[in-house]
Design a protein around this ligand. Structure first.
Ligand code: PLP
Length: 375
């Protein structure tokens, strides 16, 4: 079901996907059901979802301007996109990209399912070419964890021509539907890890694909049915509840992040700060043009060793030392401990800025920076 957004995004997240029949509850309830009595529109929830799943699909789909399909996790959504490929396909994939997606693609390549072409997200010309040559163009923007922003309008520009049947999929998890709407500039499908900002409370796993066309929606929905990747009842209910406040949460966390990026860059114990809102960030010009805000993720490097960065994580009190991101609570992690060294500097810390008070956040970062200072 496609519901068209009639309101500004920050109203739509609150008003979209709600029951309308007289006497119905104001909020779509948690429906825990596998089967339904024959004769109605739904039969079995692995196939049809539930009213709660459809409400979530409707509100997020409306935000992106397409057809939403809810999945049990972001990775389940990514796997469904890869499942569309025939054997011998070529996939374009960024160097800086969520490590789970990279593993899924590279392990598939090792099995001979497809080949991968790794590209620098900032190299717009290489992506413009990939759109004409590859079968799947997977873009993650802003990227995890280096926060590179892709020039989506240029890459998706229809005048460059697209390989027949090729898909452009954008993992827009870091942007949320509030900061970027890839379908509007020509992408075929958008992916979100609902686990992050859309859920917003670090208490669920979820994923979402939003397609430009009904045909692609039907194809991906079919994959969801066959692979059983439909989200559970409680997770769906919590995600729907989380989505209602995403605009409010992002406004606060983004304001915090903008201020913290400035404070961090001025701190003598910090050697580099990556935040798209900083004029010195390599993607700043693109980000200012293609995003409606710079988001609330910051990656920064501290002076000293990886071990010093670990001590910094341990010295923080308000900012929690934990993986994942996009919750109301600020979290920090030394990324190379998760992804391996690869292309990442050993002291790179990824900070997911939450909705706490800015002064409390900075006081905490400052005390941890000085408690672990190296000369
Ligand atoms: C977390 C994340 C994923 C994977 O989503 P899960 O919900 O953990 O399966 C994919 N892409 C990005 C950018 C992410 O941050």
């Amino acid at each position: 079901m496609k519901e068209t957004r009639r309101l500004q995004p920050d109203s739509w997240v609150i008003a979209g996907g709600r029951p309308n029949a007289p006497g119905s509850p104001l909020n779509t309830p948690l429906i825990s059901a596998s089967n339904f009595l024959h004769g109605g529109e739904q039969c079995y929830s692995r196939e049809d979802g539930t009213e709660t799943v459809r409400a979530l699909e409707s509100v997020v789909g409306g935000m992106e301007g397409g057809h939403g399909i809810a999945f049990s996790s972001g990775m389940a959504a990514a796997a469904a996109v890869l499942h569309t490929l025939g054997s011998g396909s070529e996939i374009a994939l960024p160097h800086d990209c969520y490590h789970g997606v990279v593993s899924l693609v590279m392990e598939g390549e090792a099995k001979g399912l497809w080949t991968a072409r790794r590209l620098d997200l900032a190299d717009t010309k290489a992506w413009e070419l990939a759109v004409t040559e590859c079968d799947l163009v997977w873009i993650e923007s802003p990227s995890n964890p280096l926060l590179v922003v892709a020039d989506l309008p240029a890459i998706c520009d229809p005048s460059h021509g697209r390989k027949a049947g090729a898909l452009v999929c954008v993992d827009s998890t870091f942007a949320t539907p509030l900061l970027q709407r890839p379908l509007a500039v020509g992408a075929d499908v958008v992916m979100h890890s609902v686990t992050k900002y859309l859920g917003g409370h670090s208490d669920l796993l979820g994923g979402m694909l939003i397609t430009a066309t009904e045909d692609l929606r039907d194809q991906l929905m079919h994959t969801r049915t066959l692979t059983g990747a439909v989200p559970g009842a409680l997770e769906t209910f919590l995600a729907l509840r989380g989505v209602r406040t995403v605009a409010l949460r992002l406004e606060k966390s983004q304001t915090n992040a903008g201020a913290l990026a400035q404070l961090l860059i001025a701190h003598h114990q910090v050697s580099a700060v990556r935040y798209p809102g900083l004029a010195a960030h390599p993607s700043h010009e693109v980000a200012a043009r293609v995003l409606d805000g710079f988001g609330s993720m910051i990656s920064f490097e501290v002076k000293g060793s990886g071990e010093r960065a670990d001590r910094l994580c341990a010295a923080l009190r308000l900012v929690r030392h934990a993986t994942s991101l996009g919750g109301v609570e600020s979290t920090i992690e030394r990324r190379s401990t998760i992804e391996g060294q690869g292309h990442l500097p050993p002291t790179l810390l990824r900070l997911s800025v939450g909705c706490e008070n800015l002064k409390d956040l900075w006081d905490d970062l400052e005390q941890a920076l000085s408690a672990t200072a190296t000369s």
